[in-house]
Each structure stands twice: as C-alpha cells, then as structure tokens.
Design a protein around this ligand. Structure first.
Ligand code: SAH
Length: 387
C-alpha cells in the first residue's frame, strides 16, 4: 500500500468488523494470514487492549502496518453513574452533539447489559421517553459493540465484586431492526468466542414489530426475540405504537411463529407488556392477551412458546401515562398464569439513576422536530425539567 493511499483513506475502526470482516481485512487488505485477525480480536475483546503496540504476539512489522491503516476506537465515556442497587449507567459520546445510554443490571447469577441501536428513535411510541427526543441516526457496528466493550472493561476491573456481563438485550434507545446490518454484525461479535462469547440465547433483540425485518432476522441471525406488544388488539396497540397500523397484531404474531419455526424446538418469544394505569391493565384486556398467547402456543404446538414480561410503566417528565397499581399488576399477572400463560413481572431497577426501560435519554440532535414539539408541550404544562 502506498503512503499516498494510506493517508487519503480514513483509518478502519476494527470495532466495525465482525470475524468475517476482520479475516477479509487481514487477508485481502493487509495481505496477512487469517489467524492474525483472530489474535487481534482476542486482544480487543478479551483483554480490552486498544493500542497495537501492546499486542505482544503480533510481529512489529504488522503492528506498524496496523497503526497506519487501522484503529480501535471505542465510544467516549462522557459520564457514568452507579445506582444504589448495583445498576450502572453510561452516557457515551457518539459524535459532536449526540450521546446514547447503556445500562448494566446485575441480578441473581447474571448481569444484563441494555444496549442502544440508534441515536434517538423515529417510531414515536407514546409511552417511551426516547420517542420524545426525536431521531438523529443509526449507530455504527463499532458504536453498538463499543457499548459492550466499555461495560465489560469496567466490570472486568471489578471482579472482586463478582459482577460479570452474561446477557445483552438490545432494549436501549432505538429500534434495532431499523439498523439491521450494524445490529446483526454487532450481535455476531457478542456471540463469537473471539468476541464476548455469549450464548445465542443470551443475546436478545427487542423490536416494536417490524414484520419483514423479523423474517430477515430469522434467516440472518440466531438470537432470542422479544416483541414489544403492550396491547392484545389493534385498536389499542395502534394508539400506543403507531407502527401497528402498518403491521397489525395478527401479522406480527404470525411473524413470531415463523421466527420460532426457524429456531430450535422449545425456544420462546418474549412479549413485553408495559402496564399503564387505566390504559391496558384491565382484567378484560388480560383475558384477551391470555387468549392471544394461547393461540400462539397452539400454533407452535408446545407450551410456553410465548412468555409475557410485564413491565410496570416507568414515568418520565411530561408523560400522560401512569404506572398501574400493585393490585392491578398482580391481578393482571394472575389472569395470565391461571390461563396457563407464563408471565413475569419485571421489577424496575436503577430507579435512582433513571435507567429503567423507556427512561434512557442520552442526548439527541433531533432531526425530526419531535424534541422541540415535546418541549413546547411541556412548557404549556408548566414542566421545566425536560432538558
Ligand atoms: N424499539 C425496541 C427496543 C426498545 S426496548 C422495542 O420497541 O422493542 C425497550 C422496552 O421498554 C420496550 O418493550 C418498550 O416498549 C418498553 N418501554 C418503553 N417505554 C417504557 C416506559 N416508559 N416504561 C416501561 N417500559 C417502557
């Protein structure tokens, strides 16, 4: 490679490449053996090394070559904050003006990292604070896997607390299926032994229900699927999730059936259901949801093909929704359980650092004007802490 070429071309951030990309980069761009790619991946993901100079089993000449054309550039940690309950939140700078959040949640025997896929979100789900921020852009593969890298480095430094990252959920800011290629590539690094080595079932993608993309995911990746359902019928679901107009409940459930048929028998889809007072938490709606879940299991011909995750609504400034009462939450769960539907209540963690579902905000240079509309609405209501 001539100097003129190397100077003209921006350095490749190796965090953007999965194993296949790394092998291609080393073999076809650098003219090196493939196993060199594997060595470098281990330095990056197992040792958290970003300086080629420290990669002691990589020859000097190759290290110099790498320095000229490549870099390992994780996101900038702008701010990080532990919660009293062990939850940890990072604010990560993506570029000038944009920042996203990632949250680590330790729980009996496991540690889950909640990862963002976009700066903001364009879907405008009525009960989600990210929606009020508007949308700026998709995250790159490096920016997605970089969140896992930052958290795992941080946790690695604290082994004495016996906390370890065991699960990743794509449940942070953004709709992961609208950033398909970068998300799939990042999830492949999460599950690769040369990356973070997580089992397939321990990486979960959560979607608001983009039917064609669920079908594509079934073919192109092998991860657990979670679907944000929040209502068992179209009338209510469209009110909460505008995307439902395009992909109604019946079509969404059929896509979930197709997804599972592509996977191992016995696998399940998790249906997220945020409980909002007087909106979607009545016994009649619980029965309707139970029926929908039973029909899903019947189609799969095994029990528990669908699991319901009940999430008590997490409030944010300016929202018109409220969390359901404890009695209603219990009653809703009981109706599902009595009907033979697996249903768990997901208890809120990280309350003191606004790290719960639907509360991640980051900093979004909005390009949809949603943020300014929301701020205007808040001002009208006399709410001032909307920054
Ligand atoms: N866009 C994807 C990923 C976001 S996941 C999706 O929709 O699935 C975040 C989960 O938290 C989703 O199930 C979302 O519907 C839910 N959620 C959003 N706002 C919430 C809130 N204020 N309280 C509780 N759950 C919320």
């Amino acid at each position: 490679m001539s100097d003129a070429v190397t100077e003209a071309v921006a350095k490749t951030n190796l965090l953007d490449l999965d194993r296949e990309g790394m092998e291609h980069f080393f073999a076809d761009i650098l003219g090196e053996k493939r196993f060199r790619a594997h060595q470098v991946m281990k330095w990056i993901y197992h040792q958290h090394v970003t300086d080629f100079g420290q990669m002691t089993d990589v020859g000097k000449a190759l290290r110099a070559k790498l320095e000229a054309v490549a870099e390992i550039r994780p996101p900038n940690v702008l701010f990080d904050k532990p919660s009293a309950d062990g939850t940890h939140k990072w604010l990560l700078g993506m570029d000038a003006g944009n920042a996203i959040e990632a949250v680590f949640i330790p729980d009996k025997g496991r540690g889950t990292l909640c990862v963002s896929s976009q700066v903001g979100c364009g879907l405008n789900c009525q009960f989600c604070s990210t929606a009020t921020q508007g949308f700026n852009r998709n995250l790159s593969t490096a920016e997605i896997i970089g969140q896992v890298w930052v958290a795992s480095k941080h946790l690695g430094n604290k082994t004495h607390l016996n906390r370890k990252l065991t699960n990743v959920v794509m449940m942070g800011m953004g709709e992961p299926l609208l950033n398909f290629d970068n998300v799939v590539r990042a999830m492949s690094i999460m599950r690769d032994d040369l990356g973070f080595g997580l089992a397939n079932k321990r990486v979960t993608l959560s979607t608001s229900g983009l039917v064609p993309m669920i079908d594509r995911l079934a073919v192109e990746s092998d991860v657990a699927l979670a679907v944000s359902l929040h209502a068992p019928n179209d009338e209510l679901r469209t009110e909460l999730i505008p995307l439902n107009k395009k992909y109604p409940v019946a079509e969404l459930m059929d896509a979930c059936v197709r997804y599972l048929r592509n996977k191992r028998k016995g696998d399940s889809v998790t249906f997220e259901y945020t409980l909002m007072k007087g909106v979607n938490d009545s016994p009649a709606i619980a029965r309707e949801l139970a029926k929908l879940m039973k029909s899903f299991s019947n189609k799969m011909q095994y029990a528990d093909a669908g699991k319901v995750n009940l999430i008590p609504f997490n409030p944010f400034p300016g929202t018109r929704f409220e969390r359901s009462g404890e009695t209603e939450i219990r009653a809703f769960q009981k109706i599902l359980l009595d009907a033979g539907v697996l249903a768990m209540v997901r208890r809120t963690r990280g309350d003191d650092i606004d790290a719960a579902c639907g509360q991640l905000k980051g900093q979004v240079m909005d390009r949809t004007r949603r943020q300014s509309e929301f701020k205007r609405k808040l001002e009208q209501q006399g709410v001032s802490d909307a920054a």
